[in-house]
Design a protein around this ligand. Structure first.
Ligand code: DQA
Length: 142
């Protein structure tokens, strides 16, 4: 099975960005780990990151027919993007939403996600481990 791992805005700055909140691993570290974890699970993992909402929407649309599931950390677009919500509805692929931090212990504006209602599951607060757990869940479900 093929899994697309998407990361949204500012996640390209992981490693230097608020390490006390998001950890010290870079996005490259996390992507490498996701690809390696995928291999052990028999999943072919492709990773992409964008700071642009529309680009994420296009990648979600293009996933139809090319990927079996999506793991996404939508970053701040989680809390704002009806377009990403609609894109997931349109493709109807299994989606797992991941957040590095526990969004519920943080500012109120992070407590709501437009992605969660269209996700198969949501993982937050476990750091980079969340991506690995998401892949495990997909390996079982697919
Ligand atoms: C985040 C949480 C979001 O609220 C924030 O805007 C991010 C990262 C996380 O991984 O914890 O950019 O998605």
């Amino acid at each position: 099975h093929r899994v697309l791992v998407l990361n949204g805005p500012n996640l390209n700055m992981l490693g230097t960005r608020e390490p006390q909140t998001y950890g010290s691993q870079t996005l490259a570290d996390i992507e490498k780990m996701a690809i390696a974890e995928g291999k052990t699970l028999g999943l072919e993992v492709t990773c992409r990151q964008s700071n642009i909402e529309g680009e994420l929407v296009t990648w979600i649309q293009q996933a139809l027919g090319n990927f079996d599931a999506i793991v996404i950390n939508p970053g701040a677009y989680s809390h704002t993007s009806i377009a990403i919500h609609d894109a997931f509805r349109a493709v109807a692929l299994p989606v797992i939403e991941v957040h590095l931090s526990n969004i519920y212990t943080r500012e109120a504006f992070r407590h709501h996600s437009y992605v969660s209602p269209v996700a198969m599951g949501v993982i937050c607060g476990l750091g980079a481990t969340g991506y690995r757990l998401a892949l495990h869940a997909l390996a079982e479900k697919l």
